[in-house]
Design a protein around this ligand. Structure first.
Ligand code: FAD
Length: 478
């Protein structure tokens, strides 16, 4: 058994782990980076980047299929060459992965350990059966794995997850997507637009990341017109059928349905990669579901020299947050026992569906409805959106009724990837509604819709004056 004694041991060479390593290096500490799987990160290999490549192909197909509305005829018809689509996805994906692998392999070989790590002491790790690492501090950055719902148990050997999709040589004729969260919708809508017959299944009514019922309802209406959603459906069985699966279900309206699909994708959420880590050995505080409790500003587990970052931490499972958390955890591990609390950015999440989805700052569900004003804009008739033939959506923005500061937004509409950034920056700058309205808005752009929502918000704060009186806010009968 090889023995290593280091200042900082990092488990996982994904985005969070690589950023943690950089901080240990910057602080002049000795480190090792332990990785059980291939280098290249989830984002580049099976996450953000290949999914956006697939969506880019779907966007192209969608533009062509709607060109007629602008008077553009595509002579002789058009079709989707599934092999060519997947070839570009794989090649571009490999290019992105290549850069990460190259940079990771450029790190000193003796500090890179290949294998699966587990705790055998509070700060001692065993990697497979070949290496033991004694560290002053440890960063856990082990990422997350798709969760396969129990209803797919009978076809477990043929269930695909996102990782599999990006290795396809060709597109299937049909696919059943279990889950209507961001990943399921992004992949499923893209495949649908590339000509694959796609059905979505969700026992609940939830579509995308929305907690605001009005925005959620709009998304269900718009996407329900395009996609076979089956929200609130009850799946009775999923059984092998030839090389594919047969699914029998009852729709929310009580209609019995049965259909064959070439393949099935589990996109019903992801769980933290904690299995086999023997984290309890570290003495980490756990919640009642066995998940480690960490402070989102220090990423420390209790007062231990153990830190957790990225998807596995469960705070904000997004790429830029994994990078931030890696830096915070890495810096704190390097300077342990001197731990500092970092200020986190305003939260921002985007789904690259069409229309796009965005959550900025505080979600509707996390706000007290009695202490906020709400402004909204419908994108159904917004000028520039109509010009582009992309006029569908609803954006709702929330502000504090007393300070009039912007708090957050839930967004469904065209080019939300950009408008969500504007609002996230405004929230982080603690702009009031009126201050945001002093900013320039060009014409004609989708941002003018955001101005409409801000004006609506200013009016709602002024007119409704819903703030409870300060001194007696909690008094009964007020
Ligand atoms: C399909 C899809 C699309 C996405 N799209 C976006 C997007 O558009 N924008 C966005 O912001 N985010 C997106 N995400 C989320 C984003 O990819 C993740 O939040 C991010 O990659 C998490 O990084 P990480 O460092 O936590 O984990 P990872 O990059 O997964 O790294 C964890 C590493 O730890 C290793 N490991 C696990 N256990 C052990 C062990 N015991 N010992 C040693 N090594 C171990 C794993 O092999 C892995 O390499 C997407 C995710 C998916 C799946």
């Amino acid at each position: 058994v090889n023995e290593h004694t280091v200042d900082v041991a990092i488990i996982g060479a994904g985005t969070a782990g690589l950023n943690a390593r950089r901080e240990a290096e910057k602080a002049g500490r000795s480190w090792v980076l332990i990785e059980a799987g291939p280098y290249g990160t989830t984002c580049a290999r099976v996450g953000c980047m290949p999914s956006k490549l697939l969506i880019a192909a779907a966007d192209a197909a969608h533009e062509v299929s709607f060109a007629g509305r602008f008077g553009i005829r595509v002579e002789g018809g058009w079709d989707v060459d599934g092999r060519a689509v997947m070839k570009r996805v794989r090649e571009e994906r490999d290019r992105f992965v290549g850069f990460v692998v190259r940079d990771t392999e450029a790190l000193p070989a003796e500090q890179r350990i290949r294998g699966r790590a587990r705790f055998v002491g509070p700060t001692t790790l065993q990697v497979d059966d070949h290496t033991r690492v004694h560290a002053k501090a440890i960063v856990i950055a082990t990422g997350s794995t798709p969760w396969v719902p129990p209803v797919l148990a009978d076809v477990a050997d043929r269930v695909l997850v996102n990782d599999d999709v990006f290795d396809w040589e060709d597109l299937p004729a049909s696919i059943a997507v279990f889950g209507t969260g961001i990943i399921g919708l992004e992949l499923g809508q893209a495949l649908d637009r590339l000509g694959v017959h796609v059905s979505f299944f969700n026992p609940f009514d939830q579509l995308g990341p929305f907690s605001d019922p009005a925005v959620g309802a709009k998304a269900r209406e718009v996407l329900g017109d395009e996609l076979d959603l089956n929200l609130g459906s009850k799946v009775h069985e999923v059984v092998p059928d030839g090389a594919g699966v047969q699914i029998r279900w009852t729709t929310a309206e009580g209609v019995e349905r049965e259909a064959h699909y070439d393949t099935v994708l589990a996109a019903a959420g992801r769980h933290a990669n904690l299995d086999g880590l023997d984290l309890a050995v570290s003495g980490a505080p756990m919640d009642d579901r066995g998940r480690p409790i960490s402070d989102p500003q220090t990423l420390q587990l209790g007062d231990l020299p153990v830190f957790i970052a990225g998807d596995v931490a469960g705070h904000r499972p997004l790429l830029h947050e994994a990078a931030d958390e890696g830096r915070i955890a890495g810096a704190n591990a390097a300077r342990f026992p001197f731990v500092t609390a970092a200020t986190r950015r305003t939260s921002l999440a985007v789904a690259f569906t069409d229309p796009q989805m965005g959550i900025v700052g505080s979600r509707f569900a996390d706000l007290d409805p009695d202490t906020i004003g709400i402004g909204e804009v419908s994108y159904d008739d917004q000028g520039r959106s109509r010009v582009m033939g992309k006029n569908a959506g609803l954006v709702r923005i929330y502000a504090d009724c007393r300070s009039h500061r912007l708090l957050g937004a839930e967004m469904f509409g065209p080019r939300v990837e950009h408008t969500a950034h504007l609002l996230a920056w405004a929230v982080q700058q603690q702009l009031t509604v009126n201050r945001a309205l002093t900013m320039p808005f060009y014409h004609p752009v989708v941002e003018e819709g955001i101005r409409t929502a801000l004006r609506d918000l200013a009016a709602s704060l002024k007119l409704t004056n819903r703030c409870p009186p300060e001194d007696c806010a909690d008094s009964p009968g007020m």
